[in-house]
Ligand binder design. Structure first.
Ligand SMILES: *Cc1c(COP(=O)(O)O)cnc(C)c1O
Length: 396
């Protein structure tokens, strides 16, 4: 069986072509040139409508969206921002870039925030929280929102990799004060680069819009919020993190494909998860109750075996053509907190570290068909047999 290319994206929908051709002809790539209906503005309107949010601001990346969200919250210098110990390095980086101090909390073996540790650290002078729905895994948002409401701490959702996920029927990214998404190529919607933030908070979005680079009166090309904008005119620095019309032209037709991609991704994930979970040594943690995921990758823990055998398994799978990343074992991994050495007083998180040493990550692009999923799963199971011996790998 031929293994699929696990990194190739889906083609960009054909319907993007005429708009791209128009942009090539006109050279109209800057979002604020047209009086109205620039592709970036249309994307913002469509995205906000799709998510049921009042406002959206498209920017150059999810990292930029996280940074602007923190700046728009107008936190004091060196404010403590609580983040999960399992996330992408872009998250603590955005916190530092915004002049704040990242505080890390523990994440459990189900890749979700350890609520006890979260609660303890929230009480230590936290001024804002970023919840990373890492690889689309949703932590207990009811507990998190209740704790943050009681402590009067705003929540930013890093939903970079969670577009299409829901929590008790509510769209991820609409639960906190702000939600941030990525259009980088490995996410559900691919523009190469790009990001967007959504919020219902008029003052916050006005600040974020100005700082994103809506200089002079360009803010008038956003759904007009005169009072909020007038208040901040000329009073905020410009970081110029805008999105180009070309990127918006790539993104907009993909929004229509999103429900299908989400359904395919979930079906693929659950199929592979069921096969792996029926086998000894593999454990795909269950979603929390209330969580409906939109996965384009699968994460599983290797049980019973020591970390050297986990590494040997990953090598055997790679040699057979399927890249398995063990978050804590690949050199310089950007999702292993001990590699975030740009953080002062980097803490130790024993629980998160133990999880990272045996948690495996395999891409599962939503376009894979049944036969391809079987081929990938077989490589994983054969690699396990190879490192454990056939008798030990028998179904438990
Ligand atoms: C991809 C990702 C980011 C960063 O997104 P960019 O658009 O590349 O800046 C942040 N957080 C998580 C959880 C991600 O998966």
């Amino acid at each position: 069986m031929q293994l699929p290319d696990m990194h190739a994206a889906e083609p960009i929908p054909d319907t993007a072509r005429s708009e791209i051709e128009r942009l090539l002809q006109s050279g109209d790539l800057f979002r604020y040139t047209a009086e109205r209906d620039a592709p970036v503005s249309l994307l913002e309107a469509e995205f906000a409508e799709m998510m049921g949010s009042r406002f959206a601001l498209a920017v150059s990346s999810c990292s930029a969206a996280l940074f602007l969200s923190l700046k728009a919250l107008d936190l004091p210098d060196n404010a403590r921002v609580l983040i999960p110990g399992f996330t992408f390095a872009a998250v603590p980086s955005a916190v530092i870039h915004a002049g704040c101090k990242p505080v890390l909390c523990e994440v459990g073996e189900d890749y979700r925030i350890d609520i006890t540790d979260f609660s303890a650290k929230l009480d230590q002078g936290t001024e804002a929280v970023i919840i990373s729905h890492m690889r689309g895994h949703t932590s207990d948002m009811d507990a998190i929102m209740a704790l943050c409401a009681a402590a009067n701490v705003p929540v930013i959702e890093d939903a970079a990799h969670s577009l299409g996920t829901t929590w008790r029927g509510q769209k991820i990214g609409t639960i906190g004060r702000v939600g941030c998404f990525s259009f980088q190529s490995y996410k559900m919607v691919n523009a190469g680069e790009g990001g967007i933030l959504i919020t219902d908070d008029a003052d916050l979005v006005a600040r974020a819009i100005i700082m994103s680079g809506a200089y002079e009166h360009n803010w008038q090309k956003h759904p007009v919020l005169h009072e909020a904008f007038a208040k901040w005119q000329n009073r905020l620095p410009l970081y110029n993190l805008r999105l180009s019309n070309m990127s918006a032209a790539l993104i907009r037709p993909q929004l229509e494909a999103l429900p299908r991609r989400v359904a395919d991704g979930r079906r693929n994930h659950d199929y592979v998860a069921a096969r792996l979970n029926a086998t000894r040594y593999f454990d795909v943690p269950d979603p929390l109750r209330g969580e409906e995921r939109a996965p384009d990758s699968i994460q599983f823990n290797i049980l019973e075996l020591d970390t050297d055998t986990v590494a040997a398994f990953a090598r055997a799978a790679r040699d057979a053509g399927v890249k398995v990343q063990v978050f804590g074992q690949s050199t310089d991994n950007a999702r292993a907190f001990w590699n975030w050495q740009f953080i002062e007083d980097l803490p130790e998180l024993p629980r998160t570290r133990a999880m990272l040493m045996r948690a495996c990550d395999v891409r599962l692009p939503v376009r894979l068909n049944h036969a391809e999923l079987d081929a990938v799963t077989t490589v994983l199971m054969d690699a396990m047999k190879k490192v454990t011996g056939p008798q030990k790998a028998a179904v438990a």
